[in-house]
Write a protein that binds this ligand. Structure first.
Ligand code: ATP
Ligand code: MG
Length: 473
């Protein structure tokens, strides 16, 4: 595509030049000649009429001699660059400005017919075979007493007209060449503003198609092509980062699966070859069980993340009391809470607080947030869970006084597999998927989740849910 577009334009340009040339050589040429002929004929006709009405009439009325008229005509002949005749209606010569009078030799124009001009006052050709070249001939009748006594005929060689035409045409050719050169400006503009950007875009698409997504495409213009280039490079960038994310994701998944598998294998081998004595087996089998728990959790997390992002917005919404759900989730952590001596402070708004959302998924959100709060809290601390209602929204807050999240990590905790360095010591089982899942769920509800945290002081997660409004029914 790259070369042909330019070739096509050059071709159009050449065709334009050729047509211009043909126009000048045909139309312009014939029109110019026609115009010159008519103009000359008009001028000569005036002269012919003048001669017919003066010298020629006088001659026929015998008021002047043939000689003196001949002299007059000779002078005019030179002035006009023409041959002037006076002939009878039969075609017989009375006078010829190009030849001296010869009374002895009688000359006639054979087959002379005064109607040859067909209503016009001039004709072109050899004038009844009198000339060897093409002539423009004009004639005017000589009339006395309402009868035609003869004609004044003025001939001029077409050569001089053709020469004038050539002179005029050469001006046209010059103009044509100038115009052609000027239209090169269009070609230059096209090259600079259309062809080169398209060439760049084409090259970039070839690179992108070949998988080189980092190829730099920049077209410096704010027109349609500039916009197109910007969109294309943006898309390439998106594809490139998506690819990177994909690779990172696979690397993370592999890593997270490998470490529990390696430790399981290590313990089992040690038991088989006797490094771990049989009386210790129970202890290490518990470790192995723990590791398999972690693998199960990881698999489940990945599955639900995958479902969320592929199914996207498909939520099974129902109307439920968020306060009850919170109490249920807290109950399921009873054992852990007791062990860690952590107490829960519930500050719930109203007897019941109806929301419209996907119950299972919101339960999972609460589970994830409370799980984190407990994991990262110190012993003997309090976790506060609060619900508030404001402007048709219910806000649920889970606030702990635990290790907190460093400022730099605040944005990253929503990424899949991300865990802060602080938390690694406290929680070895975590997959780093909990908050990613949480965020996806809240996003699917078109609601928001935010975090406020101070390292070493504590963390608060707040998310919103749509209030179920009775009035709507
Ligand atoms: P999983 O939830 O799969 O068990 P996880 O808890 O490590 O693993 P997330 O719930 O996604 O993963 O949390 C990501 C990271 O954010 C945690 O590892 C921890 O570093 C930090 N974090 C989350 N909640 C808290 C909190 N309440 N206090 C301090 N740090 C937190
Ligand atoms: Mg978690």
């Amino acid at each position: 595509m790259r070369r042909t577009l330019y070739l096509k334009l050059i071709l159009a340009y050449i065709i334009y030049g050729i047509f211009g040339f043909i126009m000048v050589t045909t139309f312009a040429s014939s029109m110019t000649l026609e115009h010159l002929k008519r103009e000359k004929a008009e001028h000569l006709y005036e002269e012919a009429t003048l001669i017919a009405n003066t010298y020629a009439t006088d001659l026929y009325n015998n008021q002047v001699s043939l000689d003196s008229v001949q002299k007059q005509l000779d002078a005019l002949d030179t002035y006009l660059g023409a041959t002037i005749w006076i002939i009878n209606p039969s075609g017989r010569f009375i006078l010829d400005s190009s030849q001296p009078i010869n009374i002895d030799e009688e000359r006639t124009v054979e087959n002379f017919d005064s109607t040859i001009t067909l209503g016009s006052y001039y004709t072109t050709g050899d004038f009844f075979g009198s000339f060897n070249e093409e002539m423009l001939s004009v004639y005017a009748p000589i009339t006395t007493d309402f009868t035609v006594k003869g004609y004044v005929v003025i001939h001029i060689s077409m050569k001089s007209l053709q020469e004038s035409r050539e002179a005029l045409l050469s001006i046209s050719y010059l103009l044509l060449i100038l115009l052609f050169l000027l239209s090169l400006i269009i070609l230059l503009f096209f090259t600079e503003f259309v062809y080169l950007p398209i060439k760049k875009i084409t090259e970039a698409t070839e690179h992108y198609a070949a998988g080189d997504m980092d190829y730099e495409l920049s077209v410096d213009s704010d027109d349609e092509l500039g916009y197109q280039a910007a969109v294309l490079s943006y898309m390439a960038h998106r594809v490139a980062t998506a690819e990177d994310d994909q690779k990172k994701f696979v690397a993370n998944v592999s890593h997270d699966f490998r470490s529990p598998l390696t430790s399981i294998r290590g313990y089992l081998e040690a038991m088989i070859d006797g490094t771990i004595p049989p009386e210790m087996h129970e202890k290490y089998l518990k470790v192995v069980l723990n590791e398999t728990d972690r693998l199960t959790k990881l698999t489940n997390g990945l599955l639900s993340l995958n479902n969320l992002s592929t199914k996207g917005m498909i939520l099974e919404k129902s109307i439920f009391d968020i306060n009850t759900i919170i109490k249920n989730v807290v109950e399921s952590f009873e054992g852990t809470l007791h062990r860690k001596k952590i107490s829960i402070d519930l500050v719930l708004t109203g007897e019941e607080l109806l929301v419209e959302a996907d119950l299972d998924k919101i339960q999972q959100v609460l589970y994830n947030l409370l799980d984190n709060a407990i994991k990262f809290s110190y012993q003997d601390s309090v976790i506060k869970i609060e619900t508030t209602e404001k402007k048709n929204k219910v806000f649920v807050s889970v606030k702990d006084s635990g290790i907190g999240i460093p400022k730099d990590s605040l944005k990253l905790i929503w990424d899949r597999f991300y865990k802060t360095d602080l938390s690694r010591g406290k929680d070895k089982k975590g997959t780093g998927l909990g908050l990613a899942i949480t965020k996806e769920i809240i996003k699917a509800h078109q609601e928001n989740i935010n975090v406020i945290s101070t390292e070493g002081v504590g963390t608060e997660f707040i998310f919103s849910l749509p209030v179920f409004d009775d009035d709507e029914m």
